[in-house]
Write a protein that binds this ligand. Structure first.
Ligand code: KIV
Length: 271
């Protein structure tokens, strides 16, 4: 096992893959949760652009902004000591040109103290990934269901089901690794395909809805804690039921306030 106290580095992830040590990843958007997750031994805190849906109640990730991601990534970095912090680059901050991508990703690294960035897509972003890696910006790829392309792919659905789609994903994954990506997220693809990609790549794969063979797994924190009750995909396992706990706690507080039972003498100053 990797030492729980010394800060992880990007090269450590390659060694974890080589040792068959699974990489534990969760999304994180603030310092309070970052402290909890870091102390619990999570390896990667991914500041996903899903923050736009999970905390800001937007319909898609498309309207997430660079300022929003800078803010949340700073908070997560402030709350973490050991975990790697990776910032999801929002839509149109890396697709327009390599120069703009370097400027925006460089800004994220310099202004937040995070360790790397994540970009969505295959072939169209490969040369951008190479340019970023060449200037020393660690890049995580993201293939399969890429939520920033939700309208182009016709919804949040499993990718790579047919032979051509599967072949394209395998080629894209190899091209990203060859361009210098340090890891790649595989989202919502068949488990056998994720296994094939994981075996073919020299870099770790981090799966979400991609079966058990990936080198690591990621879930959206608020989903796995049971805070987001309306979201029920097949791959999601809930490890807590915090929405229910919150409702119960708030109802109890409201009842005690209304009945004059809170604050009691033990919560008050006599003189
Ligand atoms: O934005 C996000 O939370 C993500 C993960 C689900 C991989 O990209």
């Amino acid at each position: 096992m990797t030492d729980n106290r010394s800060p992880l580095t990007i090269p450590d992830l390659l060694q974890m893959k080589a040792r068959g040590e699974r990489i534990v990843t969760l999304t994180c958007y603030d310092a309070l949760f970052a402290r909890l997750l870091d102390a619990s031994g999570v390896d990667i805190l991914l500041v996903g652009d899903s923050v736009n849906q999970v905390l800001a109640a937007a319909e898609t990730t498309l309207s997430a902004t660079l300022e929003q991601m800078l803010y949340h990534t700073r908070l997560v970095r402030r709350g973490s000591e050991r975990a790697l912090v990776i910032c999801d680059m929002p839509f149109l901050t890396y697709q327009v040109s390599k120069e703009e991508a370097i400027r925006n990703c460089g800004r994220v690294l310099a202004e937040t103290g995070c360790h790397g960035v994540k970009l969505e897509g295959g072939r169209p972003v490969v040369e951008t990934v190479r340019a970023l890696a060449d200037v020393g910006i660690p890049v995580m790829g993201h293939l399969g269901l890429t939520p920033q392309s939700v309208h182009a792919i016709g919804g949040y659905r499993v990718q790579g089901r047919d032979a051509r789609g599967a072949e394209r994903l395998l080629d894209d994954a190899k091209a990203l690794a060859d361009a210098g990506a340090f890891a790649v997220v595989l989202e919502l693809i068949p488990a056998p395909l994720a296994s094939q990609i994981t075996k073919a790549l020299p870099i770790p794969t981090i799966g979400i809805g991609a079966g058990p063979a990936c080198d690591g797994q990621v879930l959206v924190l608020h989903d796995m804690l049971g805070l987001n009750e309306g979201f029920n995909p097949k791959f999601l396992k809930r490890y807590a039921a915090l929405a229910e706990d919150v409702r119960e706690a708030v109802k109890l507080f409201a009842a005690e306030v209304r009945e004059g039972r809170y604050p009691g003498p033990e919560h008050s100053v006599a003189k």
